[in-house]
Design a protein around this ligand. Structure first.
Ligand SMILES: NC(=O)c1ccc[n+]([C@@H]2O[C@H](COP(=O)([O-])OP(=O)(O)OC[C@H]3O[C@@H](n4cnc5c(N)ncnc54)[C@H](O)[C@@H]3O)[C@@H](O)[C@H]2O)c1
Length: 253
């Protein structure tokens, strides 16, 4: 689906981003692997290389404007254009209620999850407009529309991504840049497995959470990557501004 396209993936060193990068490279895309954990991005690049794919690992903190600008420039230097971008890097804190949350903790999550996507879009769209267009997919969360207690900073950052996605779709369609979002349910990755298996407060929530995924299981990184691959491809050429749940029914109930 993505053969010969140049695709940027943020948070490519782990979980959903890693699965997406490997899938896109398997399609024959050239994939820029962006992660603040440069060693993890390099390890993914090696795996892609061993499977015969092409990739470029780049260390970058997506919440830092100068780093994002330099990183997108590096992709353009290497391959001359960007056709697709999966803006996926994100973090979560271990749950706190609003009165206990510090302003610094709030800002940390908003900086990475929301400002990070704004900064990536800023430089990606500038590059795409110069080369005839492209497609962007942002990772929000089912938590943006069906939130749980003790996740105000995370839910707010992810709800902000939905606005940013629609704003991008409304503004850049004419210049042939499409912007969509995916809203994953609970996907088994290092981010969530850490909590599921080590946080006793979270353990009590596992069964009710699983029941809300009416399809009867939690998600796999590849479930999200499949949807993103399609949204980035020319098959989704008339899809612009959608927020697509990839959540086994979580937000339907
Ligand atoms: N796993 C889930 O259940 C789930 C559900 C809904 C949404 N999401 C979202 O999906 C995305 C990926 O999550 P995951 O579960 O694969 O997590 P993960 O922790 O396995 O991977 C996240 C990657 O992002 C990188 N990263 C974090 N902050 C960064 C920064 N400032 N700059 C650059 N890279 C950074 C990390 O180094 C890591 O490699 C996140 O945005 C997350 O909020 C995940």
């Amino acid at each position: 689906m993505l053969k010969d396209k140049v695709v940027v993936v943020t948070g490519a060193g782990s979980g959903i981003g890693r699965a997406a990068a490997m899938m896109f490279a398997g399609d024959g895309a050239k994939v820029a692997l962006i992660d603040r954990n440069e060693d993890a991005a390099r390890a993914v690049s090696e795996e892609i290389g061993q499977a015969g794919g092409e990739s470029l690992p780049l260390g970058c903190d997506v919440s830092k404007e100068a780093e994002v600008e330099k990183t997108i420039d590096a992709v353009i230097q290497e391959w001359g254009r960007i056709d697709g971008a999966f803006n996926n890097a994100g973090i979560e804190l271990h749950s706190k209620s609003v009165p206990d949350l510090t302003a610094d903790e709030w800002r940390k999550v908003i900086d990475v999850n929301l400002t990070g996507i704004f900064l990536c879009m800023k430089f990606e769209i500038a590059a795409m407009r110069g080369t005839g267009g492209g497609a962007i997919v942002n990772t929000a969360s089912a938590g943006a529309i069906a939130t749980q207690p003790n996740m105000a900073e995370y839910a707010s950052s992810k709800a902000g991504i939905l606005g940013l996605t629609r704003a991008g779709a409304a503004e850049f369609g004419e210049t042939k840049v499409r912007v969509n979002a995916v809203l994953p349910g609970l996907i088994l990755t290092p981010m969530t497995e850490d909590r599921l298996f080590s946080d006793p407060n979270f353990a009590a929530a596992v069964d009710p959470l699983l029941r809300r995924h009416s399809i009867g299981r939690f998600g796999k990184p590849a479930d999200v990557a499949e949807a993103v691959r399609w949204l980035l491809s020319d098959h989704a050429g008339f899809i612009n501004g959608v927020s697509l749940p990839v959540d086994g029914g979580f937000t339907a109930g």
